[in-house]
Ligand binder design. Structure first.
Ligand code: ADP
Length: 261
């Protein structure tokens, strides 16, 4: 329990730090992009200077994507929540997911549970699943199997820890399982920290799972990892269902003030 509390406090502190850095950095990026655009407008086409300006703008666009992921890690709420069905979202992602994973990886989808409706914003759950699938692919360079399952699950009492952002109740459960490399316990402990990566420079940013963590937190959901070295990894994402006390949950979610960055 002590351990879990320390972990959640650490994640909270990292979130505050990351959010602050991302926010300031984003302001600087706006300046770079703004002047870069001005430069482009005042330069002749096909001069060397024009290609320099292009490179500056391409790099600052990339930096903007990274800061956005960092901001996701620290943000606490969904901006425009509306009810959406998890199974419908996953179904519509299948084509993209097939392209994310490599040809050697077998891909199975098993959608269960009735009416898995959660409050979310368009694209957020897509980002969670695509990130998990990309990591699963990287963990299976020699092929394997990626399975995505959905179901209803109940969380309460013992299954919730002090650091969890969820409350006891019914959840839509998304399970993403790979048969890849798995992780050491020391790795598992750090995977949600921003910039933690075991991948070589240029391949990993260490921001994928910190973004996933932030997105789950925004949904007041819960994320769990189970990994066995050499056997594979399972991520479980629990997102609060809105079927039972729909009205109460709705007003609670819709009353958030807009934006916090
Ligand atoms: P990145 O993918 O850029 O390294 P992430 O935050 O997505 O950043 O992941 C952090 C680290 O967690 C990875 O570098 C890897 O060591 C580990 N990891 C994540 N998903 C898996 C997985 N499915 N199997 C094995 N290791 C994983």
């Amino acid at each position: 329990l002590e351990e879990q509390l320390r972990h959640s406090q650490k994640m909270e502190a990292i979130g505050t730090l990351a959010g602050g850095v991302a926010h300031d950095f984003n302001n600087l990026l706006t300046v770079i992009t703004g002047f870069g655009n001005l430069m482009q407008m005042n330069l002749q086409e096909d001069t060397q200077l024009m290609t320099y300006a292009d490179q500056i703008l391409i790099a600052s666009d990339r930096a903007a994507v990274l800061t956005k992921r960092l901001l996701t890690f620290s943000r606490n709420q969904i901006i425009n929540p509306s009810p959406m069905n998890i199974n419908v979202i996953i179904k519509s992602l299948e084509n993209i997911l097939v392209r994310v994973i490599s040809e050697d990886v077998e891909f199975k989808v098993d959608l269960g549970g009735e009416n898995l409706t959660v409050m979310t914003d368009s694209g957020l759950i897509d980002q969670i699943i695509i990130n998990l699938a990309a990591n699963a692919r990287d963990a299976m360079p020699n092929g394997g199997m990626l399975t995505i399952r959905t179901n209803i699950a109940e969380l309460g009492g013992e299954s919730l820890s002090p650091g969890d952002h969820g409350k006891p109740g019914k959840y839509a459960l998304i399970t993403v399982t790979d048969t890849g490399s798995g992780m050491e316990e020391e790795t598992v402990e750090r995977i949600f920290e921003p910039f933690f990566t075991t991948k070589e420079v240029g391949k990993g940013t260490g921001l994928g799972l910190s973004m996933v963590y932030g997105l789950v937190k925004q949904h007041k959901g819960v994320i769990r990892v189970e990994s066995a070295l050499g056997r594979g990894t399972t991520f479980r994402i629990y997102l609060p269902l809105i079927e039972s006390s729909a009205e109460e949950k709705k007003s609670e979610t819709l009353c958030f003030p807009k934006g916090n960055n």
